[in-house]
Design a protein around this ligand. Structure first.
Ligand code: RFL
Length: 394
């Protein structure tokens, strides 16, 4: 078997890339470890930058999203028992879209496989990469039906298999640098079968710990609760969860949260990494395979899409016109945005977690950071730009 491009992983990065290649009639094969049903139902992110959505729209990938996504123009900070509304769209002219990741994945897989006729294999196992530093790389995997090994020869491999995938592990030691940072903090990530309790995202900075409220749909709301890293979700009964959420998100004049059954409860350890460069020979990494940003600033899916746009355009230019400018500049172009978002995530992490750090000095500086956003129009605008990613041309 031979395909010009093998894409490992059918997440937002891999499927967007596959769609861009198919639109230019470049053949590719997407290899996914899970089933189609599984990836179409896996809930994760939900906040999309306007620039990322425009990028999808330009490539004919946003019709359903634009018909169904919610437009968000404000968020609300709650601290010191008060509510502080922050109208970021009014400041910048830019807004967020809220669209659950599994719906985007469903749209992208349908467009790729059913409309653009792209090849995709679900349920593959033990993906291995070979000859990445030669002109003739290949990818092998175990077929789910036969249990037999298959080898696919290609020109390029796109590693889009997320934080726990196989492609990053194929980088030989010493050829890529991996920068890491760990906040030493956990978040209990929750999905509640409950309508949102506000029309916007809420951030609660409370001495008991950070809490977040993110509307996902009319019936489902995502919540976060700061917890010790590695905590067992079973330590968090429904009663305990709602008591903590009500307390940490409670504020003067705010109605109590609308409670509901918890349909997802997992602990995420807040850590980041960045692989530099994102390329080794014929392997190009994209999305979480190349860089992880803790969900603190809601940037991961956006970065995955931005990478896929650049990699897709670069591969198309190279394979159809022999122009390798895009591929040559791919890693550094992506990393400029990645580091910018990493820095913002660090800044925001201190805003979220300083109040509960137990350190009165950090609590004091956190409060000063928050107040500055509401006292200084310049600080407000700078924050809004980073929150929306609009300063990066995104
Ligand atoms: P994905 O989505 O992880 O997709 C990778 C795909 O590869 C498959 N795979 C393999 N396939 C073949 N062989 C292997 N060996 C494989 N190993 C894995 C996987 O099954 C999967 O289908 O990576 P991608 O495309 O880079 O996309 C990244 C985003 O998914 C991620 O950054 C976001 O979900 C992060 N994130 C958020 N990002 C935002 O921009 N806004 C948000 O609001 C936001 N909220 C979140 C989040 C992530 C969360 N979790 C669960 C970590 C909220 C949460 C709770």
């Amino acid at each position: 078997q031979r395909f010009p491009v093998v894409v490992v992983g059918a997440g937002p990065a891999g499927l967007t890339l596959g769609n861009i290649l198919r639109a230019a009639s470049v053949d590719c094969l997407v290899l996914e470890i899970e089933t189609r049903e599984f990836i179409e139902q896996r809930p994760r992110a939900g906040v999309l930058e306007e620039g990322a959505v425009r990028g999808l729209q330009r490539r004919g990938l946003a019709d359903t999203l634009l018909a169904r996504a919610q437009r968000h123009t404000e968020c609300e900070f709650r601290f010191d028992g008060e509510r502080y509304r922050f109208g970021y769209a009014e400041l910048t002219g830019v807004h967020h879209w809220v669209y659950p990741q599994q719906l985007l994945v469903t749209d992208l897989v349908r467009e790729y496989a059913d409309v653009r006729g792209g090849a995709i294999r679900f349920g593959v196992q033990d993906v291995e990469l070979h000859g990445l530093d030669t002109d003739h790389p290949s990818v092998s995997y175990t077929c789910p039906d036969t249990g037999r090994r298959q080898v696919v020869h290609c020109d390029f491999v796109a590693g889009c298999d997320g934080a726990r995938g196989a492609t990053r592990a194929a980088l030989p030691a010493g050829r890529a640098h991996i920068a890491r940072s760990d906040y030493g903090i956990g978040w209990l990530a929750l999905l509640a079968q409950a309508p949102p309790s506000s029309d916007c995202v809420l951030f609660g900075m409370h001495p008991r710990g950070f809490a977040g409220h993110m509307p996902r749909s009319a019936e489902v709301t995502r919540y976060y609760l700061e917890c010790p890293p590695g905590d067992d979700p079973e330590n968090w009964s429904e009663d305990r969860v709602w008591t903590e959420l009500q307390q940490r998100l409670g504020a003067h004049g705010a109605p109590p949260l609308t409670e509901g059954r918890l349909i997802e409860k997992r602990v995420l350890d807040m850590h980041n990494y960045v692989v530099e460069p994102m390329v080794f020979g014929r392997l190009f990494l994209a999305g979480d395979a190349a860089h992880l940003t803790a969900p603190i600033a809601a940037k991961g899916m956006n970065l995955a899409l931005h990478d896929a746009f650049l990699l897709g355009d670069g591969l198309v230019a190279h394979l159809t016109k022999g122009d390798s400018t895009g591929l040559d500049g791919y890693s550094s172009a992506c990393l400029t945005r990645v580091w910018d978002y990493q820095e913002f995530s660090h800044w925001l992490s201190e805003v979220y977690h300083g109040t509960s750090s137990g350190d009165p000095y950090r609590a004091g500086t956190t409060l000063a950071r928050l107040r500055r956003i509401f006292d200084s129009p310049t600080a407000a605008r700078a924050f809004a730009e980073q929150y929306l990613g609009s300063h990066t041309g995104g």
